[in-house]
Design a protein around this ligand. Structure first.
Ligand code: SAM
Ligand code: SF4
Ligand code: SF4
Length: 344
C-alpha cells in the first residue's frame, strides 16, 4: 500500500480531512430516473452542457494531481451517466498512473457496462457500483422513465464479473409508492450472488424531484422487513468513514448494506469533495453553489496557486447538511445542486 505519511492532511472547520474526490464526468444520462431526472423536466429539448463547458480529461487530470497533494487518495467517477463520456477508459488509465491514488471507483446505471467491462478492468478501474432500483422489468422501466432495460443491466453486471470485478455493489433507492414492493424480491435475487446489495434512503437532493418526506422509507423499516424473512447480524465497518451500515445473512454469510443519510447522517466522517462536469467544486452534496475552478485552470494560474485556493476552500468548509436537516426550517426553500449534475 502507498505510504502517504508525507502528505500533510488539511482539515476543514469540523476537523475532517480531504480524502476523496468525486468527479462528475458527464451531465447527460440515458435514463430518466423518476427521483433524479424526471422526464417532464429533462425532456428532449432540455439543454445540457455544451462540450466546451465540460472539463476536458486533461483538465481533470491536472486537478486530480493537485488534489492528491492535499491528501486525496480515492476517486469516484460519476455523472449523469459516466459511460456516455467518450474515451472514459483512457481517462481511467491515466488516473491509475497518478501516484497516491489508491482506489478508483465508478458509479454507473450499468446499461453500457457489457460493452465496456473488459476495457474498464484493463484501464485500472478498481471497483464498480451499479445503480439498480428494481428486479422487475416493468417496474425498472417505470423507475428509469421508460428507458431502462433490466436484462441489459443484469448482463452488464455479469460481464463485469467475468472481466474480474469482484464484490460489485448494487445500489437501490426505494421511493415509497413506486418500488417498495420490490425490496424482498431484490434481496432474494442478489443475496446469494457475489455482489453486495445496498439500499439507499431516498434523499432530498436538489429540488427538481420535488422530494417529499413521506416518500422516504427509513432503513430501519427496510431492515425489519428483510429480517422478518432472513435473519441478519450487524458487522463492523470495512474502514473508518464507511457510509453503509453492514449486515450479514446468518444462513449463508453474504453481506447486505444500508445507507441512511436521512435517518442516520454521517457528516462527521465526510471527507468528500465533489467536482461537477463543468468544473465547479462543491463541499457538500446539498450545497447551493460551487466554486468555479474551471475558470482558474483556463486562466494562466499556476498549480501552486490553485492548490492554495483549494486548501482555503476546504479549510473554511463547515457543511453538515444531513445532520442539520430537520433543525433548519429554511431547508425546503434552499436552492440545492442537482444529483444528475454533481453525481452521487
Ligand atoms: N448515472 C449513474 C448511476 O445512476 O449510477 C451515476 C450518477 S447517479 C446521480 C448516482 C447515484 O445517485 C445513483 O445510485 C442514484 O440512484 C442516486 N440518486 C439519485 N438521486 C437520488 C436521491 N434523490 N436520493 C438518493 N439517491 C439518489
Ligand atoms: Fe441517470 Fe443515474 Fe440519475 Fe438515473 S440516477 S437519471 S441513471 S444520473
Ligand atoms: Fe457530506 Fe454534506 Fe452528505 Fe453531510 S450532507 S455527509 S457533509 S455530503
Amino acid at each position: 500500500m502507498t505510504n502517504l505519511s508525507h502528505i500533510p492532511l488539511i482539515k476543514d472547520q469540523l476537523g475532517r480531512a480531504l480524502r476523496d474526490l468525486r468527479i462528475s464526468v458527464m451531465d447527460r444520462c440515458n435514463f430518466r430516473c423518476v427521483y433524479c431526472m424526471p422526464e417532464d423536466k429533462f425532456h428532449p429539448g432540455f439543454k445540457f452542457l455544451p462540450s466546451k463547458k465540460r472539463l476536458s480529461f486533461d483538465e481533470m487530470l491536472r486537478l486530480v494531481r493537485i488534489f492528491t497533494k492535499l491528501g486525496v487518495t480515492k476517486i469516484r467517477i460519476t455523472g449523469g451517466e459516466p459511460l456516455l463520456r467518450v474515451n472514459l477508459t483512457d481517462f481511467i488509465g491515466d488516473l491509475s498512473t497518478i501516484g497516491n491514488i489508491k482506489d478508483i471507483a465508478l458509479t454507473t446505471n450499468g446499461v453500457l457496462l457489457k460493452k465496456y467491462a473488459y476495457e474498464l478492468k484493463a484501464s485500472g478501474l478498481d471497483r464498480i457500483t451499479v445503480s439498480l432500483d428494481s428486479i422487475d422489468p416493468n417496474e425498472f422501466k417505470l423507475m428509469t422513465g421508460g428507458r431502462g432495460d433490466l436484462d441489459r443491466v443484469l448482463s452488464g453486471i455479469d460481464e463485469a464479473q467475468r472481466a474480474g470485478f469482484q464484490r460489485i455493489k448494487i445500489n437501490a433507492v426505494i421511493k415509497k409508492g413506486i418500488n417498495e414492493n420490490n425490496i424482498l424480491k431484490m434481496v432474494e435475487y442478489f443475496r446469494d450472488q457475489p455482489v453486495v446489495l445496498r439500499f439507499i434512503e431516498y434523499m432530498d437532493v436538489g429540488t427538481i424531484n420535488d422530494w417529499q418526506q413521506q416518500e422516504t422509507i427509513p432503513s430501519s423499516e427496510i431492515i425489519e422487513l428483510i429480517s422478518n424473512k432472513w435473519s441478519l447480524s450487524p458487522i463492523k465497518q470495512n474502514y473508518e468513514g464507511e457510509v453503509a451500515s453492514r449486515f450479514i445473512f446468518d444462513d449463508i454469510g453474504t453481506e447486505i448494506g444500508f445507507i441512511s443519510s436521512m435517518t442516520n447522517p454521517f457528516c462527521g466522517s465526510c471527507t468528500r469533495a465533489r467536482l461537477s462536469s463543468d468544473g465547479k467544486l462543491y463541499n457538500c452534496l446539498f450545497a447551493s453553489t460551487g466554486i468555479d475552478i474551471k475558470s482558474w485552470i483556463r486562466s494562466d494560474m499556476d498549480d501552486k496557486t490553485i492548490e492554495e485556493k483549494i486548501v482555503s476552500i476546504w479549510q473554511s468548509r463547515n457543511d453538515r447538511y444531513s445532520e442539520l436537516r430537520y433543525l433548519n426550517q429554511n431547508n425546503k426553500d434552499k436552492e440545492k445542486v442537482e444529483m444528475y449534475y454533481i453525481g452521487g
